[in-house]
Design a binder for this molecule. Structure first.
Ligand SMILES: [Zn+2]
Length: 325
């Protein structure tokens, strides 16, 4: 096997915000490359190869993954337990010309095994993949440890991570507004100055249009300082300092390349800092509103980082545990 950090990064960006850091999807991407474009003799154990045009290969991998799982991530695909029923539209074959090099052509069917989908299988039985939205009749019971919302569904007890749920809802709204270029902004009475590294100031300048579309009005204010003039209204509970530093970190991580996955990651990190956190009190009214919003989101069972939001314990299982069945 060959390891390649750049390709791993391309895979991660292809998945965008749904891939939790430190988790790795399993799958097969078929790339056909002219032999003279790959040098296989760069490592004594042959665990690395060198591509003549690494960027073209990364772009190809990124696009294949984005096109193959993109429909599923945007909620257009119906998840099912067998790969044969997986509804992903076959992406168009890619034809990439490396600078001056021969053409790299990819052709594929777009079929991915179910295990390659970004829904991690975890212990504690989160909602199953065939059950991607909250059941309609969920009754809120209580908040536990200022972290979980305890709820009763028709046939099960649900334990909902309040932060993951709120983040998922905020992310969905923010992303929708971003797509429509209609993120409502809240102007700060006094612009907040945030000290940043000099490189971050130029990053803010370069990405100003995208950042503004995300609902953040950031302006350079000196060589190592930016001024926050407005934040997205939906994130008004977040602290401007945290919003800015996490956004800049995310943009720096993405580099100068305009991956759409990088925008998702930035929106996800904004949603994270602007949502109810663990430790926050949640009133019954707020909990009900959150549950209602969550039930309308497809794939609402997972937070933008791909962690399960809802843990489910069926009454059947409970009965089994006390020896009733
Ligand atoms: Zn978070």
């Amino acid at each position: 096997p060959v390891k390649d950090r750049a390709l791993a990064r391309a895979v991660a960006f292809g998945y965008g915000s749904v891939l939790e850091p430190g988790r790795y999807p399993v799958g097969v991407v078929y790339l056909e490359i002219p032999p003279e474009m790959v040098d296989v003799n760069v490592h004594p154990q042959k665990s690395e190869v060198r591509f003549a045009d690494g960027r073209a290969v990364q772009d190809a991998v990124y696009r294949i993954i984005e096109q193959s799982i993109g429909p599923a991530l945007s909620g257009q695909a119906v998840l099912s337990s067998s790969a044969a029923n997986l509804q992903t539209s076959p992406p168009n074959p890619l034809s990439l010309k490396g600078e001056g090099g021969p053409e790299i052509v990819w052709s594929g069917t777009g079929e991915l095994p179910v295990s390659a989908l970004p829904y991690p299988v975890r212990e504690g039985a989160p909602l199953s993949t065939s059950d991607q939205t909250l059941p309609p009749s969920v009754t809120f019971l209580a908040q536990l440890n200022r972290t979980f919302l305890l709820c009763e569904a028709e046939d099960a007890l649900l334990v909902i991570d309040q932060h993951a749920a709120a983040e998922r809802v905020t992310f969905d709204r923010l992303r929708r507004a971003f797509t429509n270029r209609a993120v409502a902004m809240q102007t700060l009475l006094v612009p907040e100055l945030v000290d940043v590294e000099a490189s971050a100031v130029s990053l803010v300048e370069e990405a100003q249009a995208d950042i503004l579309a995300m609902g953040m009005d950031l302006r350079p204010a000196g060589t190592s300082r930016v001024a926050v003039h407005a934040v997205p209204q939906i994130l008004a509970r977040g602290r401007p300092l945290e919003l800015v530093t996490s956004l800049i970190a995310e943009l720096a991580r993405a580099g100068a390349r305009g991956y759409s996955g990088a925008i998702d990651l930035a929106l996800a990190t904004l949603a994270c800092h602007g949502s109810v956190r663990a430790g926050d009190a949640v009133s019954p009214a707020e909990a009900k509103e959150l549950l209602a919003a969550l039930s309308k989101i497809e794939l609402g069972g997972y937070c933008p980082h791909g962690r399960p939001v809802v843990m489910r314990l069926s009454f059947r299982e409970l009965e089994h545990r006390v020896g009733r069945r």
